[in-house]
Design a protein around this ligand. Structure first.
Ligand SMILES: Cc1cc2nc3c(=O)[nH]c(=O)nc-3n(C[C@H](O)[C@H](O)[C@H](O)COP(=O)(O)OP(=O)(O)OC[C@H]3O[C@@H](n4cnc5c(N)ncnc54)[C@H](O)[C@@H]3O)c2cc1C
Length: 471
């Protein structure tokens, strides 16, 4: 069944903002990446007064190559691994002439158009870093910023954290025994195949970046070894002639039914063992999807050799767990990211082992007014998730949604946690994993219930014909 954007997810026509209502709570948004702009748009359309602070000089975060914010992991050949229709915001499709998996420039241009289309660019304060967020003893949140015109502090009723979770590289801990005499970079610092030209490269990891870098190295480097500690199902991007993620089942179905797409994808993508790739001990759909159309061909061409985990280093050699060795002068650690919030006191909020329990991955259950947008790793794209979270927060702030009692929230958190534990294998890689279709369906249901509790229309998006949320 094709993935369809549900009509109730579609926002109504755009009619510009309603005048800022001073009686509504005031919010700060941290970041103007794809999550921050989704948040800004939702608050703007709801007429909620807000400031959006962006430390760089541009919107788009990770999707701007060499973003002046110094935080983007984008490389020259980066293409999305979630298809355009899956990644697009529900009320703003990607241009019809985009390929199914556009490159980063097109993705960034799309975000630029989104901001201009809804017209909230002026609400973003660029080159301004949020340095500190703390509880104001008089109520609300004290937000301290630094920018070109110095330091400022202001109190907000709500803070929407959208600082991204792919910017703080995770290096192996503890370090492997021995000494490596070559160069080491994290995938976060990988920009182009030029960095691999003529070199003896070992890429460590089994995620999407590891596959991309190994494939690129297979054309540019002298040799490429791909070290994989735990096997992953590596899927092709197309299934039955269409982008594979556009074949999806309704979110209300149990995960072991909806996971059938990934199981079919795994079967039709080609056998792993035949290509020297380790066979995972989990089923397809029980981990974050890894996609590569080219890795099997490059292994078959003898240009990438697959190895197990690293045992130790010996100068310019890497010794692997199976006793084999690879000469190396460049190690690329594609070992993921740490989830960190430099502006929050760790005694208040920290994500040890990348785990930060949140209600529907959005609401801090113990800190009223603190929300997280896009802090999820969906089996699907982040943007529609961030969009739905933002619309939900806008409803909370506008008073058109009423939450259940605290014990109901705890029960939901526990239920969601148990579901995720059953679906995804235990790993820091999956602490924030959400099943995209189920998550959007479930959040939509909770939003409808909350509107009922608040005594307002139970239609999915309670907007007037001019696009304004009805308070
Ligand atoms: C290589 C790679 C490929 C990916 N491919 C996909 C994909 O195909 N599909 C998908 O859905 N996701 C993908 N992702 C996940 C990616 O995280 C999301 O696509 C998206 O970038 C998340 O947007 P964000 O706004 O949450 O974070 P970011 O894009 O990281 O943006 C965060 C913004 O916050 C700003 N900021 C941070 N701290 C502060 C501060 N203190 N004060 C002010 N501003 C601040 C930053 O400058 C930045 O602009 C990929 C990630 C990587 C690394």
């Amino acid at each position: 069944m094709p993935y369809l954007v549900k009509p109730e997810h579609l926002a109504a026509a755009v009619a510009g903002p309603i005048p800022a209502n001073r009686e509504l709570p005031r919010a700060a948004i941290i970041g103007a990446g794809s999550s921050g702009i989704a948040a800004a748009k939702a608050l703007y359309m709801a007429g909620i007064p807000f400031d959006c602070f962006e430390k760089g000089s541009a919107i788009g975060g990770n999707w701007l190559l060499d973003n002046p914010n110094g935080q983007s992991a984008c490389y020259e050949t980066l293409e999305i691994n979630t298809s355009g229709p899956r990644m697009a915001y529900s009320d703003f499709p990607m241009p019809a002439d985009y390929p199914p998996y556009p490159r980063h420039e097109l993705v960034h241009a799309y975000f630029e158009k989104y901001v201009d289309h809804f017209g909230f660019r002026d609400a973003i304060t660029f080159n301004t870093t949020v340095q500190d967020v703390s509880r104001n003893p008089q109520g609300g949140w004290l937000v301290r910023t630094s920018g070109p015109d110095g330091e400022h502090a202001a109190t907000y009723d709500a803070v929407l954290v959208a600082n991204g979770h792919h910017w703080d590289p995770k290096w192996p801990e503890p370090a492997y025994p021995g000494t490596f005499d070559g160069e080491q970079i994290h995938a976060h610092n990988y920009r182009s195949g030029d960095q691999l030209e003529g070199r003896e490269v070992v890429v460590v990891g089994a995620g999407n970046s590891a596959m991309d870098i190994a494939v690129e190295g297979s054309f540019r480097a002298k040799s490429v070894a791909l070290s994989i500690r735990r096997g992953q199902w590596v899927l092709r991007k197309s299934l039955l002639g269409k982008p594979s993620d556009q074949v999806a089942l309704p979110g209300w179905m149990p995960w072991w039914v909806t996971g059938v797409r990934l199981r079919i994808g795994a079967i039709t993508s080609g056998r792993l063992r035949k290509h020297g790739l380790p066979v995972p001990s989990h089923k397809p759909g029980q981990s974050h999807p890894v996609q590569s159309d080219a890795i099997r061909a490059r292994i078959a061409a003898g240009r990438v050799s697959v190895r197990p985990g690293i045992e130790r280093f010996e100068g310019r050699e890497v010794v692997f767990k199976d006793g084999t060795r690879a000469a190396a002068d460049l190690l690329v650690w594609a070992t993921g990211y740490r989830v960190t919030f430099p502006f929050l006191d760790p005694s208040l909020v920290s994500a040890a082992d990348n785990d930060l329990p949140l209600w529907k991955r959005t609401v801090h259950p113990d800190l009223p007014g603190l929300f997280f947008i896009g802090l999820a790793q969906p089996v699907g794209a982040v943007m529609p998730v961030a969009e739905a979270q933002s619309a939900w927060v806008a409803e909370m702030l506008a008073g058109t949604y009423a939450p259940p009692p605290a014990d109901g929230i705890r029960r939901q958190m526990l239920r969601d946690h148990e579901r995720n534990k059953k679906q995804f294998y235990a790993s820091p890689r999956h602490t924030m994993e959400v099943d995209f279709d189920h998550y959007l369906w479930d959040l939509d249901r909770e939003r409808r219930r909350g509107r009922q509790r608040a005594g307002v229309s139970t239609r999915a998006v309670p907007r007037a014909a001019d696009g304004r949320i009805r308070a």
